[in-house]
Every structure is written in C-alpha cells, then in structure tokens.
Design a protein around this ligand. Sequence first.
Ligand code: MGD
Ligand code: MGD
Ligand code: SF4
Ligand code: MO
Length: 881
Amino acid sequence: MAQTIGAKTICTTCPYCGTGCGVLATPDGRGGLSVKGDTAHPANLGRLCSKGSALGETVSLEGRALDPVFRGSRIKWDDALDLVAAKFLEAVDEHGPDSVAFYVSGQILTEDYYVANKLMKGYLGSANIDTNSRLCMASSVAGHKRAFGTDTVPGTYEDLEEADLVVLVGSNLAWCHPVLYQRLVLAKKMNPALKVVNIDPRRTATSDIADLHLSVRPDGDVALFNGLLAQIVDRGAEDRDWIDAHVSGAGQAIATAQAGDPAESGLSAEDLAQFYDLWIGTEKVVTMYSQGVNQSSCGADKVNAILNCHLATGRIGRPGMGPFSVTGQPNAMGGREVGGLANMLACHLDIENAAHRDAVQEAWGSPRICDHAGLKAVDLFSACGEGRIKALWIMGTNPAVSLPDAEAVSQAIARVPFVVVSDVLAETDTTRLADLVLPALAWGEKSGTVTNSERMISRQRALLPAPGQARADWQIIAQVADRMGWGDHFAYDSAAEIFREYAALSGLGKRFDRDFDISGLKDITDAAYDAFQPIRWPVAEPGAEGGRFFADGQFYHADKRARMLPVAAPAVQDLPRGFHLNSGRIRDQWHTMTRTGRSARLSQHLGEPFVEIHPEDAKAQGLGPADLARLTSDTGEAILRVLITDRAARGSVFVPIHWTLATGAAGRVGPLVQEVTDPVSGQPASKQGRVDVALFSAAWYGFAASSATCRSARPYWSVARTATGWSAELAGLRAPRDWEAEARYTLGLETGTASLLEDPRKGTVRVAIHDEAGVLQGLFFAATRPVEVARRHAVEMIGTKVAAVEALAGRPGSDRPDPGATVCSCYTVGVNTLRAAVAGGADTVEKLGRATCAGTNCGSCKPELQALIDAMSNTSKVAAE
Ligand SMILES: Nc1nc2c(c(=O)[nH]1)N[C@H]1C(S)=C(S)[C@@H](COP(=O)(O)OP(=O)(O)OC[C@H]3O[C@@H](n4cnc5c(=O)[nH]c(N)nc54)[C@H](O)[C@@H]3O)O[C@H]1N2
Ligand SMILES: Nc1nc2c(c(=O)[nH]1)N[C@H]1C(S)=C(S)[C@@H](COP(=O)(O)OP(=O)(O)OC[C@H]3O[C@@H](n4cnc5c(=O)[nH]c(N)nc54)[C@H](O)[C@@H]3O)O[C@H]1N2
Ligand code: SF4
Ligand SMILES: [Mo]
C-alpha cells in the first residue's frame, strides 16, 4: 500500500504551515521518529524546512494532556462527555442556541472540522462556531467571494515556476512558507529572467531574494494597487475583450483607482514606476500574498485591490498567472471547505440561502439548521465577556494568547460559566482558564485529511500509538453528540466514514452550481482512504482531478461574471505619538510554541521575545543593543529584548507572536494589540497596533542554564529549551538579597553544592550548582548590564563534570571557540563559526555549506547565510577603502 515504504515508514503531511509538505516518518520504536521529505508529494517534492525536519523532536509525551481533567481533578471520559453534553444542552434550553459557542482551528483535520460544524450548525442550531482562521484567512475569503462569487484560490504552486514575475505582498515566505520559498529560489535559478518583488514595510529574509523591495507604508497596499490599476488603464494594458465578456464593475473600480494617489503608499515615484513597469510589462505574473494583506482593518479591500489588477488584465488561472493567497495553517483551506467560519455553511454553500440550508439539513437529516450567521471570533469573545455565552468549547487553538487584547479575552473566557478546552498539552494559557480539559490526539497519532494552499487534499496518518486517554477530536465531538441524543447521526467508526459523508454532501455543488465538489470520492473504500494520494479538488467524478480555476472566464456569481470592486485607500493617518506596532512570525517557532518550543534545536535560533526597531528610532528612545524595552498600548504592556536593525521601517516596531505566559513574564504581543477589525471580514488588524516604547531600566540582568525547568518571579523572564535542559533570560528591578537563593529558584535546583563568585566592582554575580557526583546542574550569571556570557558554551557545560572555576568563567578557553547564536538549526551551526568560515574564504552559500554543513539540510537558513556573507563583504569593502 502507498503509505508503507519499507517496514514502518509512513507517508503523512507536516502539521505546520499551509505549504502542506509530504513527510516520510519512521517511528524508532521508543516513542520518537525520524522524518524526511516525501519526494512523491507534489507540494514539496522531497524538501522540508527546519520545522518539518525537527518534527521527531516534538512528539515526546512531556507536558501532554493525557486524561480529562475537571477543575484540577482527573475524571473518567464517560463523566467528562456527559458533563459537556449536559452543560451545552442546558444552556440551549435555558438561553437558546446562540448562548453556546465553539471556537476551533485551522489545525484540526477536515473530518474533525466537519463533525464540529455539523453538531453546531445542524443539531445545536447555532452558527456560533468560528475558527482561528478568522485571524488568518477571513479577509481573503471575503475578497474572493466578493470578486469571484466563491472562496477559491485559482492557481497552483507550479505557477511559481511558470511565472516571469512573482510579487510577494505582506508575506515573509522565506520564514513562513520556507519550502515554497525554496521552490521560488530554484525557479529563479532555472529562469534568471524571473523577477521577484517583495512588498513589506520591513526588510525581511524574503526581501533578500527580491529584485525590488518596496517598503510600503503600513496599510499602503490599497493605494499601491489602485495606482497599478490606474496605470494599467492609462497605458491601455487592460484586456477589454476579457472584461467585456467576464467582468462587471470595471468602470467604477477603475474610476475609484484613478481618483486615488499612489504616493499614499509611502513609496517614491521611482519605486512606483519601476513596479508598475514590471507588473504591466510581464504577462506571467503571480501576486502572492499573506498576513500583511489579510490582517488589516482594510484587509478585504487590499485583497480586492490586488484581484482587480488581475481581473482587468485577464491574468488569472492560466499557467504562471494569477492572485495567490497563501494559507497559514495546515488545514486553513480544509476549514473553509467544510464551512468552518461562522458565516459559512458546509461545501461552499451559504447560510443566507434558504435552498442551500434546506439541502444541507436534508442531507444531514438534522432536526434544525442555523438560519443566520454566528459570532465572528472577536465578537464571540466580547459576547463571552458580556455574559452572553454560557458554554464554550475551544479546540486546537490558544485564544488567550492569539486574539487581540489577549488580556481582556482571557478575562472574557474566565467569565463563561462552562469552558471546555480540547488540546494536546495539559498547560497552555487557555487550558488554565478551562473548567474541563480534554486530551486530544496530536499529529502523528491522528488520522484524516488536510487541504493546502493549492487545494491539494493530503492525508495525515497515525504513526504512533494513542497516548494515555487521548482521543481524536472528531471522536470526542461525536461522543458528545451521542450523549446529546443524536448518536444515530454521529455513529462514525473512522475518519474514512466521515470523509465519505462529507464528500457525498459536496455533491450539492452540482445542484447549486458551486465549485467545491469532491463527490467523486464519496465511495472511497477504507483501503483506498488508507492509500490516499494527494489530489487537488474539484473531484466531481471518480478519477477526476482539479486544475486551475477561472481561465475560462466562468465565475460563481449568479451571472457567472467576476466583479471588480471600487476600493478606496484608507486615509493616511500620522501617529499622534509612539510607534506603529507590527507583529508576525520567526523562522523556527510555530505560533504559541506548544510544539516547536519543545525542540532544543528550534529554540536556539531566536530564543527570546524581542522587539525589532530601527537604529534611529532606538537612539531617539535611548535604547541600546540588548537593552530591554517596555511597550505600552491602550490595552496592555510587554517587556522585550531590543533588537536594533535597519531592516525595521522607521516609526514601526515588529514583535513576534510566539511567546506566552508559559514561556515568559511579559513577552506576549496579544495584550498590546487593540481590537480593531476589518468591517467586511471581521479579521483583526493584528499588524496595525499603536504602542509607546521606552527603556525598561532593570537593576540587574541574568542568564541561567539548568538541567531542570527554569522559572522566575521577576518582571522580565523568558525560558527556552536547550540540548541539556532549559535556559532563562531574566531581569529585575531590585537586586535580590540572597543571590544563591535567587539562582536556585531560577534554576529549579533545590539541592546540590553552590559555588558563588561575586565581583562588586564589576557588578557581576556567578553561581554554579554541582550535584554530589560533581556534575554541573546549573549556571546562573547576573550583572548590572545585559549579561555577556557565551550562552551556548554555558548550556553545553550542563551535565558535564566541569570544575566550578571553569564553569564560572562563562567563556570557553581559547582552544574551544564559542560557536555563537545558532543560525542553522539542522546542524546547530553558530554565527561565530560561520563568520570564521566566511573570513576563511567561504564567500558563497554553497562554499559555506561545504565548510560548515550550514544550510545543507533543509535550507531554511540560506537567506541568513547570504545576509551574513553580504554584511561581511560590505564591512571588508569599507575597511579597505
Ligand atoms: N515559522 C513559522 N511559519 C509559519 C507560521 C508560524 O507560526 N511560524 N504560521 C503559519 C500561519 S498560521 C500563517 S497565517 C502564515 C503567515 O505568514 P506571513 O504572512 O508571511 O507571516 P507574518 O510574519 O505574519 O507577516 C508577513 C509580513 O507582513 C508584513 N506586513 C505588516 N504590515 C503590512 C502592510 O501593511 N502591508 C504589507 N504589504 N506587509 C505588511 C510584516 O512586516 C511581515 O513581514 O505563516 C505560516 N507559517
Ligand atoms: N498579534 C498577532 N496575533 C496573531 C497573529 C499575528 O500575526 N499577530 N496571527 C494570527 C494567526 S494568522 C493565527 S493562525 C493564530 C494562531 O494562533 P493559535 O491558533 O491560538 O496558536 P497555536 O499555538 O497554533 O494554537 C494551537 C493549539 O492547539 C493545540 N493542538 C495542536 N494540535 C492539536 C490537535 O490535533 N487537536 C487539538 N484539540 N489541539 C491541538 C496546541 O497545543 C495549541 O495549544 O494567531 C493569530 N494571532
Ligand atoms: S514548509 Fe516547513 S512547516 Fe511548512 S509544511 Fe513544509 S516542512 Fe512543514
Ligand atoms: Mo494563520
């Protein structure tokens, strides 16, 4: 069978980004596994990025939720399921169907998603089921529906290879879709004529491949693309025949674009001209976009401004041409297909359409069906805070961290009388707020399907045994439905059975002339589901396979025509004070770090929450390298390490989204972000906050490395996994009276012999803790300035029999150079090692790879290697002048 290669190797799909890479995983029989890329999978053709490569390091059972837990006590599944059923039914009886809600995730599988929707929309009778895709894809969904009459990504990944121009808008592809980025890098190598434009206020790792980087003003995208549309028309580059045959609304959209001022994009006339020349002069253009577009108060308008340009030129759905919204989560797309959002019905059908509702209800044989849209994520949590939601079930997402105004959201969740959280971990910022925590099967243990950015449906397959009492999400939901009295309609024995029902339902697509139709798979046997090969929808007949959409000019509005929309650029607003707050991702962490945070390798790349700020801005705020900054907004505050870089845009700071209360004291960006949403899509404007930035004047700074779990009660701390245990960065406002006690608490080491070295003149304190056998268990360094110790060296000494004096030196001897902060996670190659190799003549990424191995496995660090080479060659040029 297809999934079994060799004895135990199983084909599955990576659980992280929407690239949807195929993975070959081989369990080692001891709970771990080795992974490599699946050369047969069309998304990655054998490649994996640093996160995919490290999957084997994230499957241990440490910290896992293994039993149902009610208010701190383990309970039996039967009791847990009875309780959920009773509480939800009670609320519906007393307060109506809209008094209950599910908040789910683009990280659960299609089968989970389908069952959750069926229960909420068809049985409980409310559409109060929204998903974290609201924070992620909602603006693209809205933009697609407005333009195409359906939520459909027209193109395929091959378009990256077919194109002559790829425009990346608000996308840090190098870090967030690294395998797609590598496909683009390769495409550029094969076709040197291929040009790349990157539109992002910051200069990111992705900008390094760009022929043109446009540092657009935050939210300047509508002005930029309206300018493009106006130029298309001015230069007679629009496709009149295509517009006449297939598009409505062009006149008004063009008039609105012509009335705009492209200078409001914040770009110079030369940059604008260069971009417009390139775009208009290159027929095969793919405009790929992500959260810099979606997460905005004008996100849907940004999407339509981009779509307008493709519709005006008819550059859509043909090889190498089209708008391309890349999805974030592994099953963001699957969620949209099953109708995971509060304003959608299953299979691209509409809640507002009575015929659609009746057909779905009939197919489900359900007692009722929701007849109006439910609450969108931000409104849903507001309703929780206002006491309108009596029972809430959160699955596969961590809203106490990831929603805007995260502190208020946490309080809102705490106000709900009955909160269930299904998660794979026992302790997250959200499970802490739950009445009942349900243990879910994790990636590697569960089975089902996901759909990636290019509409490719792939299997996730179980390869490890179910741990403890954990159950699949769909199973938990179905068992609750059973206890609610609807067992006959939820009597699924397997994911395959759910998939068949769902595929059959999608046959309604034919009746209602919808594009999503996988009914060709409705009779798939269990064996064929086991052997399932990636397939792109639509699959309306057995044996069919989907390709690109819309080249034929057939759209899904009633008149079959696409719509160009008049979208006016938002007024440019100068900040009265403070900084623009931008937020997003780093290369080696996934969201709230519940999985990637367990890998020591991944935690070494950027191991601490930080704020990226421009050198001039840093100077003006009195911030120096490695200082700490306090960020305050109307809603909250954070304390973060200062990272000064000219890659930041002036007046704007960037903060990663990954840190939580579990990994830091004040590293969350969520509490800083105001609850501003796009009026069309309801998506939060997570990239457009306002903050003040000031120096956090700590009395002392610390670094700790321990074999145990580090913790702290200081106003600033953050912890990271290391190869020998944990490390911590900390800072305090007052020096502790007893340094040894402080060290022991931070290191989590109550026993062992402490050696203390204090230098009052330099203001430094160093503590080493050895066990009885003379093995170093913990090291603690404190100073009145940000601590200068060779961190990797300190970490590597833990667990060895190094003597106290050597351990306390904090630096390796001259015979063992400090490798420095990790750049290549796969081979743990540090920046100092790389600098030495470049200085020794390794002046290309390839040579650096041969000299140090860096970048030769997954390749995710190649942009950083190139940047290092460039930076060093610039420095040596300056030195020579
Ligand atoms: N390593 C890693 N990869 C991931 C994830 C992860 O957590 N870690 N998460 C996955 C998920 S769910 C998602 S949604 C994707 C997100 O993937 P991306 O959207 O590529 O990632 P972000 O870092 O959120 O934001 C992209 C860029 O938008 C820019 N930006 C901000 N404001 C504007 C603006 O007004 N205009 C423009 N043009 N750009 C702007 C930011 O500076 C940032 O560099 O990544 C997926 N992949
Ligand atoms: N400021 C700001 N905020 C943002 C963003 C931003 O760019 N800036 N980006 C937004 C975007 S695009 C996204 S997608 C969200 C992501 O935000 P979240 O969805 O809140 O983040 P995750 O850490 O992915 O949460 C997933 C949770 O599900 C658990 N889990 C993993 N697998 C399973 C499973 O199979 N079943 C169950 N039941 N649980 C599982 C994990 O342990 C984890 O607790 O953040 C959003 N928030
Ligand atoms: S690019 Fe990386 S994170 Fe995304 S699916 Fe592929 S291996 Fe996983
Ligand atoms: Mo996302």
